[in-house]
Design a protein around this ligand. Structure first.
Ligand SMILES: Cc1cc2nc3c(=O)[nH]c(=O)nc-3n(C[C@H](O)[C@H](O)[C@H](O)COP(=O)(O)O)c2cc1C
Length: 326
C-alpha cells in the first residue's frame, strides 16, 4: 500500500461501512478507513463468505450480527481501524481480518469516555510504552502495513516526541488529527502543529482536520508539508469532495449512497445515521424528509421514500446475476 500523495476517507463510526467507503472511492478517495471496531468485538467473529451479495463478512459467532463487511473490490485500499488497549488482543483481532484488508490502523485519538475508560483511543497517548508494545507486536506478526491515528498533545514538542517514538516502531504511516483531546470539532484544526510532525518524521504523515472542499487538499498540503490528506466531515456531508471535477449536488450523492446501501445490504442503523448526518448538515431533520428517514425501519422503507423501489426490487431479484459484476 502506498501512503504518499493519497486522498483518504477518515474512519467514522457508524458511517464508514462498506457502501460509504465504496462511495468515497467512486468519487476519488485512494484509501478508505472503516469505522473503528473494538478488538473485543472482532475476536468474537468468524469470517463468512456471503454468497448472496458477494461480500466477505465478519460475523459474531452464533448470530447474524455483521461486525465488519468488505469485498474484493476494496481489498487494496480498505484500512481496518481498531480500538484496543492490549497488544496481544489487538494481534488476535487483526489476524482475523488481515488477509482481507490493505492495512490495520490503531485508533489513538478517540476522546469519548467509552474509549478512554477502556484505556483505548486517546487514553493511549499518555502511555507510550503501551503504544510501542501494540504497534511492534502487530508489525512483527502481520504481513500488511500497520499505522495509527493520533491527536495533538498539549505542546507541539510533546506531539513530535511521541510521533518520533511511533515512527521507531516501524509503522508505515501516521495519521494526525490536528486537534487536542479537549478540542471540539468547531475549534480550528492546527495545521501548523501537523507541520512540525511532518518536518520531524521520514514516514508519510496523513494530515487530518478541516478539509471541506477539493481546494482544501492543496491548502493543507502546503500548510503542513504532508502529501496525504484525510477527510471526515467534509466527506460525510458530500462524499464527492474527493472529486477533482468538483462536488456533485449532495442530493445526488445521497441517492447514490442509498443505492449502494441497498446493493450491499447495509445495516439500516448505519444507513439511517449517515443519512441523518447529511440531512442535518444541508437541511433540517425536523422537515418531512428528516422525519421520514427517522421513521424508516428497513432499506425497503428508504427505497420507497427516495423513489428507488425499482432499484430495490431489481437488486433483490438479480443478486446472482449482479454478482458477476462485483
Ligand atoms: C461521525 C464521525 C465519526 C468518527 N469516528 C471516528 C472513528 O471511528 N475513529 C477515529 O479515529 N476517528 C473518528 N472520527 C474523527 C475523524 O476521523 C476525524 O479525525 C475528525 O472528524 C477530524 O476530521 P475532519 O475535520 O475532516 O472532520 C469521527 C468523526 C466523525 C465526524
Amino acid at each position: 500500500m502506498e501512503y504518499g500523495n493519497r486522498l483518504v476517507l477518515a474512519p467514522m463510526v457508524r458511517v464508514g461501512t462498506l457502501p460509504f467507503r465504496l462511495l468515497a472511492a467512486q468519487y476519488g478517495a485512494d484509501i478508505t478507513y472503516g469505522e473503528e471496531i473494538i478488538d473485543h468485538k472482532l475476536i468474537k467473529c468468524e469470517r463468512r463468505l456471503n454468497e448472496d451479495i458477494g461480500s466477505i463478512d465478519f460475523v459474531e459467532k452464533g448470530t447474524h450480527n455483521v461486525v465488519f463487511r468488505t469485498c474484493h473490490e476494496e481489498k487494496n485500499r480498505v484500512v481496518f481501524q481498531m480500538g484496543t488497549s492490549d497488544a496481544q488482543r489487538a494481534l488476535t483481532a487483526a489476524q482475523i481480518v488481515c488477509k482481507d484488508v490493505a492495512a490495520v490502523d490503531i485508533n489513538m485519538g478517540c476522546p469519548k469516555s467509552f474509549s478512554i475508560s477502556g484505556g483505548m483511543g486517546a487514553a493511549l497517548l499518555t502511555r507510550p510504552e503501551l503504544i510501542h508494545d501494540i504497534l511492534t507486536t502487530l508489525k512483527r506478526n502481520l504481513d500488511i502495513p500497520v499505522t495509527c491515528k493520533i491527536r495533538l498533545l498539549k505542546s507541539s514538542q510533546e506531539t513530535v516526541e511521541l510521533a518520533q517514538r511511533i515512527e521507531k516502531t516501524g509503522v508505515s504511516a501516521l495519521a494526525v488529527h490536528g486537534r487536542r483531546i479537549a478540542d471540539r470539532p468547531r475549534d480550528p484544526a492546527k495545521w501548523n502543529e501537523i507541520a512540525d510532525i511532518v518536518a520531524a518524521l521520514s514516514i508519510p504523515v496523513i494530515a487530518n482536520g478541516d478539509v471541506f472542499e477539493y481546494d482544501d487538499f492543496q491548502r493543507i498540503k502546503v500548510a503542513t508539508g504532508a502529501s496525504s490528506v484525510m477527510v471526515a466531515r467534509g466527506a460525510l456531508w458530500n462524499a464527492s469532495v474527493f472529486s477533482p471535477e468538483g462536488k456533485v449536488p449532495w442530493e445526488d450523492v445521497k441517492v447514490e449512497y442509498i443505492r449502494k446501501s441497498i446493493l450491499w445490504d447495509n445495516d439500516i442503523k448505519s444507513t439511517k445515521h449517515t443519512l441523518k448526518e447529511m440531512i442535518m448538515h444541508h437541511s433540517c431533520l425536523g422537515l418531512p424528509e428528516g422525519k421520514a428517514v427517522i421513521k424508516s425501519e428497513t432499506l425497503a422503507d428508504l427505497a420507497k421514500l427516495y423513489g428507488e423501489e425499482k432499484y430495490y426490487q431489481f437488486v433483490r431479484g438479480n443478486r446472482l446475476l449482479l454478482k458477476g459484476s462485483w
